[in-house]
Design a protein around this ligand. Structure first.
Ligand code: HEC
Ligand code: HEC
Ligand code: HEC
Ligand code: HEC
Length: 354
């Protein structure tokens, strides 16, 4: 080979090496199971840093005990009446910062009449206060001591970033050209074209998620391809919501096998039941309170899924608990009787109020 050719080849090789070095994204791998079974989560350092930066709770505003019991000081408190007015106003400031920082108090309150329930947002919020307390007090099998606050789902927005509605039935004209089985179109909830109706099946309805046969012969298992696709669709949603892969909860050698699965799978099992319960018992009853622009194509109200709280992290806010700063949200408290002289009756709610 001539010297010139050698130099040229050497330079090409050098540039390829440079490209590899500069294109290489450093990754980090965490082993989750036994050696040699491939149970590990690999992520790029850049993505991990982004996630850590995007999951910092906001600074806690103070709750100071001072003043009368709220139930006496105000006209229409039903959930936070046991707090002193100092703590009550502290909670209102935090709720505003978590849910409607742009819109302020006026997002839930009629100007000049804080006691009025005329705005649907206030009625929803009162229920949300109770729901948050219920999650933290009664659903510890999933949320443990970490718990949630309004921020966990809302993150400074009145409508949480990740919600869902029931899928609209396929357009009659399009269906006459072929039924799409609610799939084979991009599904933003899990980044695939798998069935879009998995949430209706599993996070609202109680369809069995289990499809695998653990014996050599089919036996009694009559699960269809469609059911398997629903399960797969849900599983992809889990992975995406938590920013993990399948081995975070399974040994992929035997998906169905619980004894080989990490403990996270049991937490996820409780999570499925929790989400189903919250959608049916807490959000569905609010359907009539929401205005039409908050309803889905079938007239159903907004619902939550795993991403509503997790937002791409294995634990919401990477496991940081905000509850120590907000004890009133940790549990529901019996409301003390009103002992102040009866206040003048509040103005009747405006038309369209609940
Ligand atoms: C996201 C909704 C929301 C926002 C924003 C909000 N509040 Fe409230 N507010 C409520 C709810 C719900 C209640 C009723 C609580 C209860 O029943 O225990 C309430 C009740 C009150 C009451 C008691 C009124 C009475 O006489 O019954 C006061 C005072 C109050 N809020 C002040 C404020 C102030 C000041 C702000 C802004 C810093 C604010 N709120 C922002 C939802 C909100
Ligand atoms: C587990 C998740 C979750 C938590 C925790 C939560 N919310 Fe919500 N919230 C939702 C969902 C889902 C909706 C329905 C979204 C919509 O309105 O389309 C909602 C709706 C609302 C709305 C109506 C917004 C609108 O414009 O339609 C208000 C106001 C609200 N929440 C306040 C609160 C307050 C205050 C807290 C804390 C006490 C809270 N939320 C805690 C999930 C949550
Ligand atoms: C966050 C935890 C979690 C992640 C991540 C996860 N799964 Fe699951 N998976 C579960 C749980 C929990 C069940 C059982 C649900 C039940 O029985 O109600 C399950 C069930 C299954 C089943 C049905 C097993 C049977 O008994 O028939 C299959 C198949 C499955 N997962 C595949 C996957 C695949 C493929 C992925 C990755 C795309 C994945 N899973 C990611 C938690 C997870
Ligand atoms: C109401 C908010 C909320 C919703 C909705 C939610 N989670 Fe969680 N999840 C949490 C909290 C809080 C934790 C942290 C508990 C702890 O500290 O161990 C958690 C923890 C977990 C863990 C344990 C992670 C680990 O490394 O230990 C898994 C797995 C999980 N969630 C899966 C799910 C799945 C799957 C869904 C949907 C079916 C779901 N979650 C829905 C709040 C939620």
């Amino acid at each position: 080979m001539s010297g010139l050719k050698q130099t040229a080849l050497g330079m090409v090789a050098f540039f390829i090496l440079l490209m590899v070095v500069f294109w290489f994204e450093p990754t980090r791998t965490t082993q989750l199971g036994f050696d040699g079974v491939g149970m590990q989560v690999t992520d790029t350092v850049e993505r991990m840093e982004d996630r850590a930066a995007g999951n910092v709770p906001p600074p806690a505003l103070p709750l100071t005990k001072s003043g009368d019991l709220s139930v006496n000081a105000y006209k229409n408190v039903q959930v936070l009446g046991h707090l002193s007015t100092g703590e009550f106003v502290g909670m209102m400031n935090s709720i505003t910062a978590w849910v409607s920082p742009q819109q302020g108090c006026a997002y839930c309150h009629v100007d000049g009449d804080l006691a009025s329930d005329a705005l649907y947002t206030k009625v929803v919020s009162r229920r949300m206060l109770q729901m948050t307390m219920h999650i933290n007090e009664d659903l510890k099998s999933h949320v443990k001591e970490t718990g949630v606050t309004c921020w966990t789902c809302h993150r400074g927005e009145p409508v949480p970033r990740y919600i869902w509605h029931e899928e609209a039935p396929q357009d009659v004209l399009a269906a006459s050209l072929g039924y799409n089985a609610e799939q084979n179109r991009f599904n933003g909830d899990n980044g695939t074209s798998l069935p879009r109706t998995a949430f209706e099946q599993f996070l609202l309805g109680d369809t069995s998620i289990r499809v695998q046969t653990n014996t050599a012969l089919p036996g009694e298992n009559h699960s269809s391809i469609k059911q398997t696709e629903w399960t797969y669709s849900l599983m992809m949603h889990f992975s995406r919501s938590l920013g993990v892969n399948c081995t975070y909860c399974h040994n992929s050698r035997a998906w169905e096998n619980w004894s080989e699965s990490p403990a996270t799978r049991a937490t996820a099992w409780h999570g499925i039941r929790m989400v189903r319960h919250l959608n049916n018992e807490w959000l569905a009853p609010l359907t009539d309170v929401f205005p039409p622009n908050r309803l889905g194509p079938n007239g159903d109200g907004p619902k939550l899924n795993c991403a509503t709280c997790h937002q791409g992290a294995y634990k919401p806010l990477m496991g940081k608990s905000m509850l120590p700063d907000f004890p009133p949200l940790a549990r529901a408290m019996p409301q003390p009787p009103r002992t102040a002289p009866a206040a003048p009756a509040p103005a009747s709610p405006a038309a369209g109020g609940p």
